[in-house]
Design a protein around this ligand. Structure first.
Ligand code: NAD
Length: 292
């Protein structure tokens, strides 16, 4: 039987709808199901939806193999997740809607217009955007007070942090409800006011860009720079290895965006532009600051 949450949280017997079953959506669905929520996962692509459900099952099987999840908990979580090919069907009975569709303002506007028409009026609405303005996404909504950012990290089932991003019109009760929900997921929330790059990308990217400039200037080899942060500052992974994992094209895109919004300290180094132009994008192409 589903347990009720304490305080202003959402009762776990209520449903969470996750829109977009890609890299982030399938992981968020898994985390919510493991925390006891009923989850409806929706994607406009039937293939992506099937793959998302499959990846959730695979992740949980890995959890069982590693002894981190019991076979019973895996089976119960999978029982709580269902797929939906229509957005309307996915959000109709939802207490929380989390959008994880691609990073396009126009697309997110379209999705939230549809969500507002079909979701219960008291549902909490959240976007997993990693960089778009929460306030700008909220323009699509007639009632933006119940909307905010819930920025999960990749892979969502393993990463503990969730940035709770307050837009200009987000009501405090919405922030409180989101904080309780994130804690029920077993994650740690931080509250950030809507600003470019939120807290995590802004700080993390700056470190990455400076590490790239150091390679460019011949200060040290990439391994040495990464070890400086790993051993000297206890970062689990150095900024260059992390950049390779994220994808250098992705890092370049965010740097250009933050340069436009926040100024020259985010100017992408030449070495980053050159590596992207050469197709050396990091792990996904087999070569970046490291060979993979
Ligand atoms: P993705 O491309 O892996 O998945 C997006 C999914 O959305 C795809 O399966 C696609 O078919 C589906 N989709 C497209 N249009 C849709 C619609 N109208 N309705 C429903 N589904 C639709 O993308 P992702 O990496 O999971 O990113 C999703 C969001 O999460 C983006 O806003 C991104 O910025 C953010 N984010 C990504 C990461 C990351 O590391 N990948 C981390 C944090 C946040």
């Amino acid at each position: 039987m589903a347990r009720e949450a304490a305080g202003s949280g959402v009762p776990r017997s209520e449903r969470v709808a996750v829109l977009g079953a890609g890299t982030m959506g399938h992981g968020i669905a898994q985390v919510a199901a493991m925390a006891g929520y009923g989850v409806t996962l929706h994607d406009t692509s039937p293939d992506a939806l099937a793959r998302g459900l499959e990846r959730t099952a695979d992740n949980l099987a890995t959890g069982v193999a590693l002894g981190k999840v019991t076979a019973e908990a895996r089976a119960a979580a999978l029982d709580r997740v269902e797929g939906a090919s229509s957005l309307k069907e996915a959000v109709a009975g939802a207490a929380i809607v989390i959008e994880a569709v691609p990073e396009s303002l126009a697309l997110k506007h379209r999705v939230f217009r549809d969500v507002e028409r079909a979701a219960p009026t008291n549902a909490l609405l959240a976007t997993n955007t990693s960089g778009l303005s929460i306030t700008e996404i909220a323009v699509a909504l007639g009632r933006p007070g119940r909307f905010l950012g819930l920025h999960f990290f990749n892979p969502a089932h393993l990463m503990a942090l969730v940035e709770v991003v307050r837009g200009r019109d987000t009501e405090e009760a919405t922030v409180d409800r989101a904080l309780a929900f994130v804690r029920q997921l077993g994650k740690e929330p931080i509250v950030v006011n809507d600003s470019p790059g939120f807290a995590s990308s802004r700080l993390g990217l700056l470190l990455g860009l400076e590490a790239m400039r150091m390679v460019e200037e011949g200060v040290a080899e990439p391994e040495a720079i990464d070890r400086a942060m790993e051993l000297g500052y206890r970062h689990p992974m150095g900024p260059l290895r992390l950049s390779d994992l994220v994808g250098l094209d992705v890092r370049l895109g965010i740097a250009e965006y933050l340069q436009a919004k926040l100024g020259e300290r985010f100017r992408p180094p030449e070495i980053l532009r050159r590596m992207v132009a050469e197709g050396r994008l990091g792990k996904k192409t087999g070569s970046g600051f490291y060979r993979w």
